[in-house]
Design a protein. Structure first.
Length: 105
């Protein structure tokens, strides 16, 4: 599942993979996603510019007006469907700080 998650992220552009003791973070200009492998699934979060209410997210934390941490759990590769890939694409844009350029333009 990790390899599939990373493969999807790389379809949006270059990704820096930052392995840490208990998690793996992904960044472009800033960190925009994180996963922690478990025995049978992945838990993690995506940072989105807007709060998105979806059954895909079991918890949402608002860090600032344009940074909302959306927590998820992936139990199979099927969870990486087109809907979730759109969330991943939005998170990639946050990591590239595109959401800041568009707001100020």
């Amino acid at each position: 599942m990790f390899e599939n998650f990373l493969k999807v992220l790389r379809t949006f552009g270059p990704v820096i993979v930052l392995p840490e003791k208990t998690r793996i973070a992904f960044q472009t200009r800033m960190s925009f996603a994180q996963i922690s492998p478990r025995k049978n699934w992945l838990v993690g979060h995506l940072v989105l510019a807007q709060r998105v209410e979806s059954p895909r997210f079991h918890k949402i934390e608002t860090i600032s007006a344009r940074n909302h941490v959306h927590h998820f759990r992936i139990e199979s590769v099927a969870c990486l469907d087109d809907n979730f890939k759109q969330f991943m694409a939005e998170a990639y844009k946050v990591g590239s700080q595109e959401h800041l350029r568009h707001r100020s333009a």
